[in-house]
Every structure is written in structure tokens, then in C-alpha cells.
Design a protein around this ligand. Structure first.
Ligand code: 5GP
Length: 216
């Protein structure tokens, strides 16, 4: 079955919120805090072929699948977008949009610039709020990658060089924030999303009023 055929024309009822940043810039903590503080947002849980880390839970952090399974799903157009990072596949499934529509929530994507580009290409600009999060400095980024203790030194160097490349794409995003303090950064993000919430609310009220004025 070609899943995409059924999913491609889905109306996006709320906003698609994209947060991208290089590994180690604090994105995971930031997304967790944001989800805790804003009840009208749900996380788009991605599929990945990378190995599960010790602290991760299947179905909560990612859906962990084999490379073969991932490729199979991709062939069936299961994903809105996919990307290959550090020799592993990552993808955002269409079904997350359906869920967020059903729950009247914005959908939060913790994805890289390649995925963000694909989402911008496929969906209306009016529906997207995209953020790029930068670390305060390169040395701070390296420090954070080491402090996480998740990766070996080969992986840390790979992630650092990948991060330097990733950061070059900051100017494709509407909002660029430097994450000096995660609480401050989350509050800044919330203020921006609240601004869009108020626009959406006003537009709904306005469209009701317009209908009444014009058609009643
Ligand atoms: P990690 O392996 O550290 O969890 O993620 C590595 C990178 O892949 C991060 O930049 C993360 O945002 C990105 N990523 C995670 N899920 C997806 C996805 O579904 N699509 C894309 N394009 N990137 C993703």
C-alpha cells in the first residue's frame, strides 16, 4: 500500500514546530522542558535505525527499528521526511500529524536541517515555526559532548565535525537562539509560540465575525 497517497493531503490543523541544533547544544533537554511547560504541544517521535542508548525508551525517545525495517517503511512512504546522520537513518512518520490533529496540538519536531528543509518544501510556510539552537561557543559544545558521556572519543569528534557543518544552516531558520541558559531559551521559545497562538486565536474569532458580517 502506498501510505503517502492517503497521508499527503492531510490538513495541518495546528502548527509544525521544528527545533534543530547540533548534538550537544542542549536540544533534548530543551524539548523535554518545552513539552512539560506547554500542554498544547506533542512530540513527533521519530523512527531510527541507530542503537538505543541506555537511558532511552523505545516508543518514547524513538521507535528503534532495524535498517531493513526502516528502508521498508520508507519505500511505503511512511515518512514525511527522512535523513541519514552518523550512518543511521532517522525519519518522522506521517501518523504523528494525524495524532496531533486529533488532539488539537502543535507537533514538535526534533530534527536536523535536512529534515527541516523537506518539511518547509512540503508544507505551507504559515504552518511552520522553526528554531535553530546554537551553543554559546565551539569549546562549550565540545565540553557538553564530553560531559554527556554517551559517546566514545571517535564518536565525539564525528559529532563535533558534523555539528560545525550543521551550524552553517542556521540562517535557513526563522528563529535563531543561542542556548546560554536552557530555562531562558525555553522561555524565549514559549513567548514566540504564544505569539502564534494568539494570532491563531484572533484569526478564528475574525473569521467567525467575517462570516457573520458577510453571509448572515
Ligand atoms: P541522536 O542520534 O543524537 O538522537 O540524533 C542525531 C540527529 O538526528 C539530531 O540532530 C536529531 O535532531 C536528528 N533527528 C532525529 N530524528 C530525526 C528525524 O526524524 N528526521 C531528521 N531529519 N533528523 C532527525
Amino acid at each position: 500500500m502506498n501510505i503517502k497517497k492517503n497521508y499527503m493531503n492531510i490538513e495541518i490543523k495546528n502548527r509544525l514546530i521544528i527545533i534543530s541544533s547540533p548534538s550537544g547544544a542542549g536540544k533534548t533537554t530543551l524539548c523535554k522542558l518545552l513539552l512539560k511547560k506547554m500542554k498544547n504541544i506533542s512530540l513527533s517521535i521519530s523512527y531510527t535505525s541507530r542503537n538505543k542508548r541506555l537511558n532511552e525508551i523505545n516508543g518514547k525517545d524513538y521507535f528503534f527499528v532495524t535498517k531493513e525495517k526502516f528502508i521498508n517503511l520508507e519505500k511505503k512512504n511512511f515518512f514525511i521526511e527522512t535523513a541519514k546522520n552518523f550512518n543511521n537513518f532517522y525519519g518522522s512518520p506521517y501518523k504523528n500529524i494525524i495524532m496531533s490533529n486529533k488532539n488539537h496540538q502543535h507537533l514538535l519536531f526534533d530534527i536536523d536541517w535536512k529534515g527541516a528543509r523537506k518539511i518547509r518544501k512540503n508544507y505551507s510556510k504559515d504552518k511552520i515555526i522553526d528554531f535553530f539552537i546554537l551553543p554559546p561557543s565551539k569549546s562549550e559544545l565540545k565540553k557538553r559532548l564530553i560531559k554527556r558521556g554517551r559517546d566514545n572519543s571517535r564518536e565525539i569528534n564525528l559529532r563535533l565535525s558534523y555539528a560545525m557543518n550543521e551550524m552553517k544552516h542556521y540562517n535557513e531558520y526563522k528563529y535563531v537562539l543561542i542556548n546560554e541558559n536552557v530555562h531562558q531559551t525555553v522561555n524565549d521559545i514559549i513567548k514566540i509560540i504564544d505569539y502564534y497562538n494568539s494570532i491563531d486565536k484572533n484569526n478564528k474569532i475574525l473569521s467567525k465575525k467575517l462570516k457573520r458580517i458577510i453571509y448572515s
